[in-house]
Design a protein around this ligand. Sequence first.
Ligand code: ATP
Length: 209
Amino acid sequence: MGVFGGTYNPVHFGHLRSALEVVEKLDLQHLSLMPCAQPPLREAPDCTAEQRVAMVELAVADEPRLGCDARELRRAGKSYTIDSLMELRAEHGDQRSLCMVMGCDAVLDIPRWHRWQELLDWAHIVVIARPGWALPQQGEVAQWLERFRGDGARALRAAPAGSIIIEQLRPLPISSTEIRQLLVTGRSPRYLMPQSVLEFIEQHQLYRP
Ligand code: ATP
């Protein structure tokens, strides 16, 4: 099983399609989108963590292989991924293969994450390519990717944690930033995200100028 962390401010088809493709490519039983309650490295999002969770729940409601994991809302203080992975490991036991999914842009920033070098002690990391971003070719992140790089579903079956799997999925150049900009300027993000999420945004008047 796996988790796909993010701010989801708001969730869009770039997240959802990538999540489903990861499930199918790596033969995962389940993948939960895990909204970050208090992002340690970015400004507080425009809407509440509860609203972001509600939008993710609407977005995955009709796909049984995807879910929403709201555990970071139940912890006080900043939401550190390492804490979530340790909790998940305790819940699933030592033997089960766990993976954490992240886009290429998140990986570039990883040296700023709390205890980042311990993440692989608790889970595998699946890095997905994202239009407009490339993985580093040199430096400490490049070395880290090279050192722990594993071979797709085979690496997941071989051990419960410890490998980095890099996947090229369908490129979908959609971002939450662009969706927020469309809304602020009175344009429509329709067809970039689920209609149910758009209706929630309209109902709660989110992302208005
Ligand atoms: P923002 O524009 O506000 O930074 P975002 O669109 O990057 O938001 P996040 O919630 O920050 O969305 O992203 C959660 C995770 O999903 C990150 O690991 C990010 O790399 C990944 N991701 C986001 N959009 C895409 C996309 N279109 N394709 C692949 N991965 C994506």
